[in-house]
Write a protein that binds this ligand. Structure first.
Ligand SMILES: Cc1cc2nc3c(=O)[nH]c(=O)nc-3n(C[C@H](O)[C@H](O)[C@H](O)COP(=O)(O)OP(=O)(O)OC[C@H]3O[C@@H](n4cnc5c(N)ncnc54)[C@H](O)[C@@H]3O)c2cc1C
Length: 463
């Protein structure tokens, strides 16, 4: 029998359209391995909500592997040391993995290549980062030309089927999934998450969800902005953990006509765009791209500003702005927030409260089930106006008119129980209508005052 092949899994927890599995299965018996490594990512250790999701994604993968009479080897520790140890224990000839681009994974991949035969494959993005470039061969910085180039470059995908897997003569030792302690216990804060995502883990469930979404994809261009509607795919955590590949979704849409289908594909391109930016600027998640937005721009405890209380009010959904609070409470309860509300809540933190976007980015990192180094950092810089795009800082979103414009009444009533009895239009701004229930907090700052303060800060920073 040929020597075993290790498949090293990270955020690519699927069997179909998974080139590492395909290549390994053609070369010999396959040993799939997941290693929980909390050291290599440094301060980008996975947040609590991501760990909760990971547990369920691994559980679903175990079931998929069992269908193939295979199993998942689970280890914990430094990935480089663990993989070298596993290769020695099993006599594995090669380690196959999908290529990952977070700075810490790039470093680990480099180190591994020096010690064993690491075969990296593409497959977590529509196209590998760097596949499309400007006429002069440099990376795109702006989304729209990048998107146009991607649409031109993509001519359909050959989706890899689930491979047939043969097992090694003996299986190496493995931890159990429970040994990884990914689920919260004391306290168990995941009750609402269990309800919200019940039955939705793994590749098959994600594809079922996508098929249901295809029934409404024609309305996606308009309805995707309405947080009260179930009009987006909600596949972001599945895509983040690689339970499905974006190629599988693109392929499933096929040649379906209409603006909705094209708009959805463009959102998948956003994900590629974010990853391309991170490849060019690995520190994008921590460092503002534009000059003038260092710590001195923001309200800062070192200059006597009491931002901690306001930051906590934002985190807990107690800002006095119903649409912001509904979003932040949805995030806390479910680990997910509607995209339109992510924009409003992020803009509120950065512009109304003048709090450094990196505080928000960190909170999202810990609380989102889809927390993604590239997508999170890119979107925070985009909302804040600190990134590569046109400067958005002076475009200050008005949370209350956004709430009305995007018919967020039912969304607010769902996530802010203190306001559940208020009808439209009162629910969007109970304070202004004189019907704020006493249990609901007063606004941290008025919209007009916040807007003037933000613009003044911006003007002063330019002088
Ligand atoms: C401040 C802020 C932080 C964000 N942080 C993250 C994050 O950590 N992880 C994450 O996956 N998305 C992030 N997003 C993008 C977006 O909000 C989510 O991808 C989207 O809400 C997920 O819901 P969905 O799956 O229903 O999206 P759909 O509307 O169904 O879109 C399909 C897929 O396209 C991708 N996508 C859509 N919009 C974006 C976008 N703006 N940027 C990158 N990819 C996109 C996602 O993979 C998404 O699942 C963030 C947005 C903002 C404004």
């Amino acid at each position: 029998m040929s020597e075993p092949q290790i498949v090293w899994l990270r955020r690519d927890l699927r069997l179909a359209d998974q080139a590492a599995f395909t290549a390994a299965s053609q070369a010999g018996p396959v040993i799939p391995v997941y290693i929980l490594d909390d050291e290599t990512p440094g301060d980008r250790r996975m947040g609590g909500a991501s760990r909760w999701w990971l547990h369920h994604a691994l559980e679903a993968l175990q079931a998929d592997l069992a269908r193939h009479h295979s199993q998942l080897v689970i280890r914990r520790g430094d990935v480089v040391e663990e993989l070298c140890r596993l290769a020695e224990e099993t006599g594995a000839k090669a380690v196959h993995a999908l290529r990952h681009y977070e700075p810490w994974w790039r470093r680990a991949q480099g180190k591994l290549k020096e010690r064993l035969s690491l075969q990296l494959h593409d497959g977590n993005y529509l196209l590998p980062p760097g596949a499309v470039t400007t006429g002069s061969g440099s990376p795109y910085k702006i989304f729209t030309p990048f998107k146009n180039a991607m649409f031109e470059a993509i001519d359909g995908f050959d989706i890899l089927p689930e491979p047939s897997l043969s097992s090694p003569d003996t299986w190496p030792g493995s931890l159990s999934l429970e040994d990884l302690d990914l689920l919260p216990t004391k306290p168990d804060w995941a009750g609402d998450m269990r309800d919200y995502w019940s039955g939705l883990h793994g590749t098959a469930a994600a594809m079922d969800r996508f098929d249901a979404f295809l029934d409404v994809i024609a309305d996606y261009s308009d309805d995707r902005n309405l947080p009260a509607e179930d009009a987006t795919s909600r596949l972001s955590p599945h895509l983040h953990f690689g339970e499905v590949s974006p190629r599988m979704l693109w392929d499933r849409i096929g040649s379906r006509p209409g603006g909705g289908a094209r708009m959805f594909k463009a959102e998948l391109v956003w994900r590629d765009y974010a990853q391309n930016l991170i490849c060019e600027f690995p520190g994008y998640t921590q460092e503002p791209y534009r000059d003038g937005y260092d710590e001195s721009f923001w309200r800062n405890p070192n200059r006597g500003h009491r931002i901690q209380e306001e930051l906590e009010a934002w985190q807990r959904g107690r800002t006095g702005y119903p649409i912001v609070d509904a979003g932040m409470r949805q995030l806390w309860a479910t680990g997910w927030m509607h995209n339109r509300v992510r924009m409003i809540a992020a803009s509120f933190l950065v512009k109304h409260l003048l709090i450094d976007w990196r505080h928000g980015e960190h909170w999202f990192w810990d609380t989102l089930v889809d927390a993604d180094y590239a997508s999170n950092g890119t979107n925070w810089q985009w909302v804040s106006g600190t990134g590569v795009d046109s400067n958005m800082f002076v475009r200050i979103m008005a949370p209350l008119s956004q709430s009305e414009k995007f018919h967020a009444g039912d969304y607010i009533r769902t996530w802010v129980p203190e306001l559940a009895e208020l009808d439209d239009p009162y629910v969007h701004d109970p304070e202004a209508h004189g019907c704020k229930p006493s249990a609901y907090p007063a606004k941290l700052i008025g919209h007009k005052e916040a807007r003037e303060r933000a613009l003044e800060t911006y003007r002063a920073s330019k002088e």
